[in-house]
Design a protein around this ligand. Structure first.
Ligand code: ATP
Length: 502
């Protein structure tokens, strides 16, 4: 990995803004109470007030106003010497954009107002800053880099080669990012390569590959291309790691090393995004960046406050099946996403629920890719009501309308919990997350209890008094899922069900 010195400060910025400069706005109207209320209600969606549209067109009176604005939007900044001011609305940004990009953005998004991460990250990406950006799930991090990068690219450069490279851990997420780039770049003639196929096609390895501007790839495939010398990343000036903390974990680190080493451009800027950046990953991230600015929105590594989180004691493995069946019988609001800890268990639960006549599908990495695409599309379209998934779907996937997430199996890490439950309660909508725990999960309960409490949820007093597991236990759980009895109906239920069918 290439190492750059970093002068990141330990303390958050107070009056650290530069960039867009102070304005002659004497009223400081952005400090209105009305806006505060809006922010509380929807951390991602825009408010409707006239003031919001007015205020965004002005700069800030002084640095104190910038600080106040950041404080109100819970934008915490660390490091960096010159930090661009946040934007308060999309309007001044839209004025900068090429007409086609402006039109596409207006036509496709309809967003009234930037989310806090967009307010601060967009000007920093525009200002070519190395960035570590951590903001809640469903808070619009993708747009925070896609929009400014399309602006920075300007026009297509047919013989120039890749200038932007986005790396994501799963092909589903890469597809989603590709879709946003494609929609926003409609009519701009950028060539966007979506490299997630397991094997290269001819067009990837011929001269044609040099005519692409943007690359969106999963690590394994990209590393194969780099090792085969069938891809040229020498012109890449913007490298984005989406779900960066996962990509900088041990399993991926070597691949990231190879990818970063393959991007030697002197102007290379690295931008890292995730809803969770644990401190060791933050340190590692800084070591591969140049004087990075770190943005944290709200509390670090917290679940979003638009999710009602519940912990349900089910006693044993069998208790989970009873609980989920009762939930279905009581009536539930689809779509519902259910997480289990392994492919085998996803199949087992699928058979059980299918037997009960539930409109259910299952997705995991052993299903053929075309099937995975169809399942995601059907779930999005509401044709599938219940989707059982492994960790494959825990990160990044934007299912806007998911009403509930069920952690059938207790998650193995705090990060996994935050990302899994973050598939609901997105873009300011509300959602519900239910986590089952058995007696054997009890030692780990405290990890999740803290997250629920920190994101404003209620937990019984006795749970707050539980002992936190020691670091060895936490490490073991992360490396190895818990042993669990197979998901299988007890014979009594089978008899009852058969009688019902007869
Ligand atoms: N300014 C905005 N106002 C309202 N909705 C927005 C805004 N920006 C993005 N969104 C919507 O918010 C949803 C979530 O966005 P996105 O998938 O980028 O979230 P994320 O922060 O990357 O989440 P995750 O951490 O789970 O990957 C998307 O449906 C997107 O269209």
């Amino acid at each position: 990995m290439d190492f750059f010195g970093s002068k990141a400060s330990k303390r958050p910025h107070s009056t650290d803004a530069l960039g867009s400069g102070a304005s002659d706005n004497e009223n400081g109207e952005d400090e209105s109470e009305e806006e505060d209320d809006d922010e509380d209600n929807a951390s991602t969606s825009g408010s409707d007030s006239e003031d919001d549209h007015q205020e965004g067109e002005e700069g800030f009176v002084d640095e104190a106003a910038v600080t106040q604005f950041r404080t109100r939007h819970r934008i915490h900044l660390y490091g960096g010497e010159r930090v661009a001011h946040p934007i308060r609305s999309f309007r001044p940004l839209l004025d900068l954009l090429a007409p086609a990009l402006r039109r596409n953005f207006a036509a496709q998004s309809g967003f009234r107002r930037p989310t806090p991460i967009q307010m601060q990250a967009i000007p920093l990406v525009l200002a070519d800053t190395d960035l570590v950006a951590c903001a809640p799930t469903g808070s619009g991090k993708t747009l925070a880099y896609v929009l400014p990068l399309l602006h920075k690219l300007g026009t297509p450069n047919p013989m120039g080669g890749y200038r932007v490279c986005i790396v994501t851990p799963t092909r589903e997420l890469a597809t989603q990012v590709h879709e946003l780039f494609s929609v926003l770049a409609t009519g701009m003639e950028f060539r966007i390569n979506h490299m997630v196929k397991s094997r290269p096609t001819e067009s990837d390895t011929t001269e044609e590959a040099h005519t692409f501007d943007i690359l969106i790839a999963t690590p394994m495939r990209l590393v194969t291309e780099i090792k085969n010398k069938t891809i040229d990343l020498s012109q890449v000036q913007h490298l984005v790691l989406d779900e960066a903390d996962q990509l900088l974990e041990l399993g991926y680190l070597e691949q990231m090393d190879t990818i970063i080493a393959a991007c030697p451009h002197a102007q290379l800027r690295k931008q890292l995004f995730s809803a969770t950046i644990p401190p060791p990953i933050e340190e590692l991230a800084q070591s591969i960046m140049r004087d990075p600015v770190r943005i944290f929105i709200g509390d670090r590594n917290a679940a979003t406050d638009t999710i009602d989180q519940k912990l349900v004691f089910v006693g044993t493995e069998e208790g989970k099946l009873i609980e989920i069946r009762q939930m279905i019988q009581r009536g539930f609001r689809p779509p519902v996403l259910i997480f289990v800890q392994s492919i085998e268990r996803s199949r087992e639960l699928f058979h059980e629920l299918q037997y009960d006549g539930v409109n259910v599908e299952v997705i995991h990495s052993e299903r053929p890719k075309a099937q995975r695409d169809t399942i995601v599309a059907n779930f999005r379209a509401g044709h599938v009501w219940v989707l059982i998934a492994t960790e494959l779907m825990a990160r990044g996937i934007d299912f806007k309308g998911v009403n509930a997430v069920i952690n059938y199996d207790f998650p193995q890490t705090v990060q996994s919990y935050i990302h899994r439950v973050g598939r609901t309660g997105r873009a300011g909508r509300r959602g519900e997350a239910i986590t089952y725990f058995t007696k054997s999960d009890a030692p780990f309960l405290r990890l999740v209890v803290n997250i629920i409490r920190d994101s404003g949820g209620e937990v019984p007093e006795w749970m707050l008094e539980l002992k936190a597991p020691n670091s060895k236990l936490v490490r073991n759980l992360k490396q190895m899922p818990r042993c669990r009895l197979p998901i299988k109906t007890d014979p009594g239920y089978m008899k009852f069900k058969t009688r019902q069918i007869e």
